[in-house]
Design a protein around this ligand. Structure first.
Ligand SMILES: C[S@@+](CC[C@H](N)C(=O)[O-])C[C@H]1O[C@@H](n2cnc3c(N)ncnc32)[C@H](O)[C@@H]1O
Length: 279
């Protein structure tokens, strides 16, 4: 395994490589084991005794009030363009039932309403995020169409084969147990249903990569510290993005958890990616 290591240039890619190779293959390298243990969990609050899931819920409760505002300024509004692409992919399926997991303040659930499905369900772990989403849904008179549910993606309160389409926007990297979350999504997706993930990824080409890394490491935490009452949150978010598998690695994880036809499409020089898969 050591001889095959090609990721020399970035510590976080090394983390990625070792963590996920170790998890999804049978590598034996001692260095890999050390890195694996070091990188096992990036949690919002380093000294907290709470589980990652509890910390994630607490962190998103803390940032919920200005989450939408910070999202827009930190992505320069480009996330709206990315979201529209996800909606366009889902539209092709003409879904009647849609589940938006890790719906947060409900942006995806609301955008998906333009597809005129029979029912949209938004599910999230954080009551703070969900409360903002419920208000947005009500203000848009969409509460008859969109149900906002407090729940955990790793233990979904739905029957097998319930949804034609399932989306997750910037959520999968926050799951405490990624495999469990994906297996639950697979379970509740209908056969022939579509699963679409929008998640941050890593630009790989000079100079975008360097600019992106600088922006993630220094600018995002600084903006977070200025505007958010949770000083740690906007350090955790880019850190968790930096170690999260992307591209083919994430396709492999999807397929390992049962999905078919996993494909990825990098957006904006690879700053984010859309993954699609079927059941
Ligand atoms: C970065 S926010 C994304 C919100 C929204 N999807 C968007 O596109 O803006 C991540 C969300 O994932 C939620 N989340 C994290 N782990 C979860 C889990 N296991 N089950 C459900 N929601 C979860 C968090 O509470 C948070 O609201």
């Amino acid at each position: 395994m050591c001889a095959n290591i090609q990721y020399r240039h970035r510590a976080c890619q090394v983390f990625n490589q070792f963590y996920y190779k170790r998890k999804y293959s049978s590598g034996k390298c001692i260095f890999a084991k050390i890195i694996f243990l070091m990188s096992k969990k990036i949690t919002p609050y380093k000294d907290s005794a709470l589980s990652k899931k509890e910390q994630v819920a607490q962190m998103f409760d803390n940032v919920s009030n200005n989450y939408d505002f910070l999202n827009r300024i930190m992505t320069f509004g480009i996330d709206i363009k990315w979201r529209k692409k996800v909606v366009a992919i889902v539209e092709k399926k003409k879904p009647e039932t849609i589940l938006d997991i890790a719906t947060g303040t409900g942006d995806f659930a609301i955008m998906l309403s333009k597809l005129n499905p029979k029912k949209i369900t938004g599910l999230d772990l954080s009551k703070g995020m969900l409360d903002i989403g419920i208000k947005k849904v009500k203000d848009k008179n969409l509460d008859g169409l969109i149900d906002m549910v407090l729940g955990d993606s790793e233990k979904l309160p739905f029957e097998d084969n319930s949804f034609d389409a399932i989306t997750v926007g910037f959520g999968v990297r926050n799951f405490e147990n990624l495999d469990k979350g994906l297996q639950e999504i697979y379970r509740v997706l209908k056969t022939d249903g579509i699963f679409v993930v929008l998640e941050t990824s890593q630009p790989e080409k000079f100079p975008v990569k360097q600019i992106f890394n600088f922006y993630s490491k220094y600018i995002i935490p600084t903006i977070g510290k200025l505007f958010s009452k949770d000083k740690r949150a906007y350090t955790y978010l880019p850190q968790s993005a930096a170690i999260f598998p992307y591209g083919q690695q994430f396709n492999n994880i999807l397929e390992k958890n049962g999905f078919n036809n996993a494909t990825n499409k990098p957006l904006t020089f690879g700053a984010a990616s859309i993954y699609t898969a079927t059941k």
